[in-house]
Design a protein around this ligand. Structure first.
Ligand code: GTP
Ligand code: MG
Length: 426
């Protein structure tokens, strides 16, 4: 398949969640007052989204680091923090999103298709939101969480929209060098081009990719010339452009070239023979008269364009026709269906032994202890009960922890106290 790959690695971070606050409204008759600490705002996520106004990944090659907005902190008087906005990174249609290890996360094909690659951090709740039956006036609040960090590879496969098909020397490479930035070798001997060249052609607002492929000869479908190789390159192209050469560089007449080329396509696959095609008589700068060719094309029932890759004659019409045909094709047959991988949630926590410590890692566990001040007994108790509820105590016991062991969660180290055995007060 004729394609060239554009690939960049980006490093992104979700916004942090804002912290909640502990705050009280003094009231007569209530020793502490009413909890009125607001919650933080959640951090924004980083999203990669297919956008048909994008045609390359250049923007990300220039700037590989991106971060979504953070949420702001809550304040007293029930003022909540502002939510951080998601950061949407637009990419061209057909972009593959991979993890660094190669796992394919998404194939973004349709406009608007999107994948979240780094979630924003959760916001911390203020003490007003932490009120419960058993906790009428919490003196603590939750911290916000950091946003996720991720590095992903964006990869764009350019698939040739149009393939130039013709005998060796028909002028395919000359044509692509004229209409795009591609710079293939050009010479008047057959098989100058051995591997396909792709070029991006801009027509008005539209862009499409043209493939200049090696020349096709009679018997190609059975492997003559560069044979199957060429036909394979043609397979994915939406539109076929058949170039006929009326000069003495060809021993076959343009009519005969046409028959052979279409015959080889059909032999390779009937579907290919039925593909949309445009037929052009090339090198009209050096022929006397094209009337006989036009008459023949009329009899065959197709339109014959007259062009010259050297003088540029007829090329704007050719490009216009190609882009029209591509549009037709896209409406009829979108290339492929996109997908976004949905992965199972990671486990709530994991337990490992590191030297003298037990290390509890994982979002749920870190969340449980993410409070503004764990030296407050009430907050420490709240965290301990949360850890027990998500199963950390049982898992530590099962792993072999005994009373008095150190247990690390993030930056915080606790002393393990099996459930039921109450700690002596200080
Ligand atoms: N007069 C004239 N000569 C052309 C035109 N296009 C190509 N040629 C000449 O034809 C010869 C072959 O041109 P290429 O562009 O290399 O042909 P190709 O189809 O890529 O050939 P292969 O790669 O060998 O299959 C060169 O000498 C070109 O200068 C044209 O429009 N007019
Ligand atoms: Mg060539």
């Amino acid at each position: 398949m004729a394609s060239f790959v554009d690939q960049v690695t980006i490093h992104v971070r979700g916004g942090s969640g804002g912290a909640g606050v502990a705050s009280f409204q003094r009231q007569k008759g209530r020793p502490r007052g009413k909890p009125i600490g607001g919650s933080g705002g959640a951090g924004g996520s980083v999203v990669v989204q297919a956008d048909n106004s994008m045609s390359t990944l250049l923007r990300y090659a220039r700037k590989p680091h991106w971060k979504a907005d953070s949420g702001t902190h809550g304040e007293g008087e029930l003022r909540h923090g502002k939510v951080g906005e998601d950061l949407v990174l637009p990419v061209p249609l057909g972009t593959l999103v991979r993890e660094m290890n190669g796992t394919l996360l998404a194939d973004l094909v349709e406009p608007g298709q999107r994948v979240v690659i780094a979630k924003g951090g959760r916001a911390g709740r203020g003490n007003a939101a932490l009120v419960a039956r058993s906790r009428k006036a919490p003196t603590f609040a939750e911290q916000g969480e950091y946003g996720e960090e991720a590095s992903v590879v964006l990869e764009m496969k350019l698939i040739a929209d149009a393939a130039l098909i013709g005998y060796p020397n028909a002028g395919k490479s000359t044509l692509i060098s004229r209409v795009s930035e591609a710079k293939p070798k050009i010479a008047d001997y057959p098989f100058t081009t051995l591997v396909p060249n792709l070029g991006v052609v801009a027509v008005g607002d539209a862009e499409f990719v043209v493939a200049d492929i090696p020349g096709l000869v009679e018997g190609a479908a059975e492997g003559k010339g560069l044979g199957h190789e060429f036909l394979r390159h043609v397979e994915r192209a939406r539109v076929l452009v058949i170039l006929l050469d009326p000069t003495s560089l060809q021993t076959d007449s343009p009519q005969r070239q046409y028959e052979v080329l279409v015959g080889e396509l059909a032999e390779h696959s009937p579907e290919l023979a039925g593909r949309r095609r445009i037929v052009a008589l090339n090198k009209v700068d050096v022929i006397e008269d094209s009337a006989s060719y036009q008459e023949w094309a009329g009899q065959q029932g197709f339109h014959l364009l007259e062009i010259s890759g050297v003088t540029g004659a007829g090329l704007s019409q050719l490009l216009y026709d190609i882009s029209e045909e591509i549009e037709h094709h896209m409406r009829e047959a979108p290339d492929r269906e996109g997908f976004v991988l949905h992965r199972p949630l990671p486990p709530a926590f994991s337990i490992t032994r590191n030297g003298d410590e037990w290390v509890v890692a994982g979002k749920a566990a870190e969340r449980a202890v993410n409070l503004d001040d764990l030296t407050v007994a009430e907050a420490a108790d709240f965290a301990a009960r949360r850890l027990a509820r998500i199963g950390v105590d049982d898992a530590l016991a099962a792993a072999g922890a005994v009373a008095g062991d150190d247990v690390r969660i993030g930056d915080i180290v606790f002393t393990y106290q099996p459930a039921g055995e109450d700690t002596e007060g200080p």
